[in-house]
Ligand binder design. Structure first.
Ligand code: ARG
Length: 577
């Protein structure tokens, strides 16, 4: 796959010329050029802070001197000294000629690169808890995690996606006790997630009133830990049925997992955890503290981590240590990403520190990709105490609201073939785009109206831009010819669109390391705005053939690029809406 990073080409062109003039190392100069596209590609510029070149003399004078010596070439139209800065203005014709054929031939691969070639990345995300509602934190993890999986693949990584279910611990003993009392097999089969939650709520209420219920739960869970067939059978049924239902719901948001795993794999008696326990003991990491086995992390300001409780039970943290070690053994990963909300920052700091103390050489390959909370004014999104919302409810809600919005345009609505499906996809796009519009670690407010609007920077707007491009291709009565004459594209709006299309590979690569979906989202908006400016001004129909071909090629390249950006976000690009 031939990937050309326009950004690198510019940086190299600047660096080589500066190295030639000054005798400095060209790699050193390369690193001085900002690794970022100018905000506005058409008038933008790259700049260098001259003092950073560490040349003897007065920086402002050096800047002037370099300006006069810099040879303007096909890459740069001009160079200007501005105080202690040198500014480089790009000449856009440089890459335009080569761009369209590349995008059209690469199609869905346009923008991809092979940075991660031959390397394995584990992406663990979503990870809801059985019998408890799938809360908005899990929704964010699902959206962001799926995005990370896509973007890693676009950067050439081989990924393994894991859904690490919360399915172990005393609360599952409680659930079983509750099921024996309140459970209904038919309801369980029909909608396991909701029914288990119902049961869970009831038995929790019982337990609050009567502490002996807790003892029963503890006894049940210890039978599970001991491998009791009957106890495990019931629990297994909960898990299996829940997974069937999860798969269905994830399918609706276009998300799939390579592996459904869970905390239960790392029970106190599992070989994986026993091995880890032995290793910790051997290294002298464990200390006794009031009957429990702990690791003292105070020296790292991470408190005291309980590994094994007094009754021999393990902790969430202990299971994570065992899971990490088992995954390294199985997949030899080069990178493992946990997509979990910021509330668990401390947990992951403890986890990574313990791995480091255990001397595993891959500890630094583990990364916690965190995110902020979703807030809501109306309480609709809350799950604790307030209205319980399951992922399915959120999706149904969004679909319904989207249908309402669509129905307002009666003429258009009548033309849509499968309105409920379209509403589902646009609604989900709305949620995803809203979720990924700001930097991950920011909290944001779930705003139904803003999110579902067709105007402004929303998911529906991006889908709309994509469908407009598809419609232009459908309506054109000819195919894009094998060679197009790009010089037919002379209008500033067309040149800007070309420039924005050209940036995509660099954006993908940048995001491959920042793992910030908002960079792709803002790129998609920038692209869509450029598309919209073009569509309003440059027609394909009734134009001289040469011009029509060049414009159609441009629109097709834009459609491919926007489609790729949307797919990397996990969004299915619509052809009609
Ligand atoms: N099930 C957990 C929860 O809902 C999230 C699991 C995160 N992953 C992990 N490896 N600890 O809070």
């Amino acid at each position: 796959l031939e990937t050309v990073h326009i950004l690198d080409e510019y940086r190299h062109a600047i660096a080589n010329e500066l190295a030639r003039i000054t005798g400095l190392d060209s790699q050193f100069c390369f690193n001085l050029v900002e690794n970022k596209f100018p905000k506005d590609a058409s008038t933008g510029d790259f700049s260098i802070a001259v003092p950073r070149m560490k040349l003897p003399g007065v920086p402002a004078e050096i800047a002037k001197d370099l300006e006069s010596k810099f040879t303007v070439n096909s890459t740069f139209a001009s160079v200007k000294a501005a105080g202690v800065f040198l500014k480089f203005y790009v000449s856009s014709n440089y890459f335009r000629d080569r761009l369209l054929p590349r995008v059209l031939s690469q199609g869905e691969k346009y923008g991809h690169n092979s940075v991660g070639f031959g390397k394995v990345s584990i992406v663990e995300f979503s990870s809801p808890n059985i019998a408890k509602p799938f809360h908005v934190g899990h929704l964010r993890s699902t959206i962001v995690g799926n995005f990370i999986d896509n973007i890693q693949q676009a950067n050439g990584w081989t990924t393994v996606t894991i859904n690490y279910l919360g399915d172990w611990g005393k609360q599952y003993g409680l659930l079983a006790v509750g099921f024996n009392k309140y459970g209904d097999e038919a309801k369980l089969a029909a909608d396991p997630i909701r029914h288990l939650f119902e049961v869970y709520v009831k038995i929790n209420a019982d337990a609050t009133a009567d502490a002996t219920v807790h003892d029963e739960a503890r006894a049940y869970f210890s039978k599970m830990e001991d491998g009791d067939k009957a106890a495990l059978g019931l629990w297994r049924k909960f898990v299996d049925l829940s997974i069937v239902k999860y798969r269905e719901i994830y399918g609706r948001v276009n998300v799939g997992f390579d592996i459904y795993s869970g905390e239960s794999q790392y029970s106190a008696t599992s070989p994986a955890t026993k091995l880890v326990g032995a290793k910790m003991r051997e290294l002298g990491l464990l200390k006794e503290d009031q009957g429990a086995q702990v690791i003292d992390l105070n020296e790292h300001k991470l408190g005291v981590a309980i590994i094994e409780k007094r009754d021999g039970g393990l902790m969430y943290l202990s299971r994570d240590v065992a899971a990490a070690i088992a995954r390294q053994k199985e997949f030899k990963f080069d990178n493992m990403i946990y997509v979990v909300g910021s509330q668990q920052d401390f947990h992951f700091k403890q986890l990574f520190k313990i791995l480091e103390m255990m001397g595993v050489p891959w500890a630094e390959k583990c990364q916690h990709v965190n995110f902020g909370m979703i807030k809501s004014k109306d309480g609709n999104m809350s799950t604790r105490k307030g209205t319980v919302v399951f992922l399915e409810d959120i999706l149904d809600n969004v679909q319904e609201s989207m249908l309402d919005v669509m129905k307002r345009n009666e003429a258009k609505y009548a033309q849509i073939q499968n309105p409920t499906h379209v509403a589902d996809v646009i609604g989900i796009t709305a949620v995803m785009v809203q979720d990924m519009s700001a930097r991950r670690n920011k909290d944001y407010e779930f705003n139904w109206d803003r999110m579902l609007a067709f105007e402004g920077d929303t998911g529906p707007y991006l889908q709309y831009a994509h469908t407009r491009l598809c419609s232009i291709e459908r309506k054109a009565d000819f195919e894009v010819p094998a060679t197009v004459d790009v010089s037919q594209l002379t209008e500033p709006v067309a040149l800007t669109l070309l420039d924005v299309i050209a940036m995509y590979p660099d954006i993908v690569r940048e995001v491959g390391s920042s793992l910030e979906p908002c960079t792709i989202v803002s790129y998609a908006f920038r692209l869509s705005h450029a598309v919209s400016n073009c569509i309003e001004a440059l027609y394909v129909m009734n134009q001289p053939q040469e011009i029509a071909s060049a414009r159609l090629a441009l629109y097709k390249a834009a459609r491919i690029t926007l489609g790729n950006a949307l797919r990397s976000l996990g969004v299915i690009p619509l052809e009609r809406m």
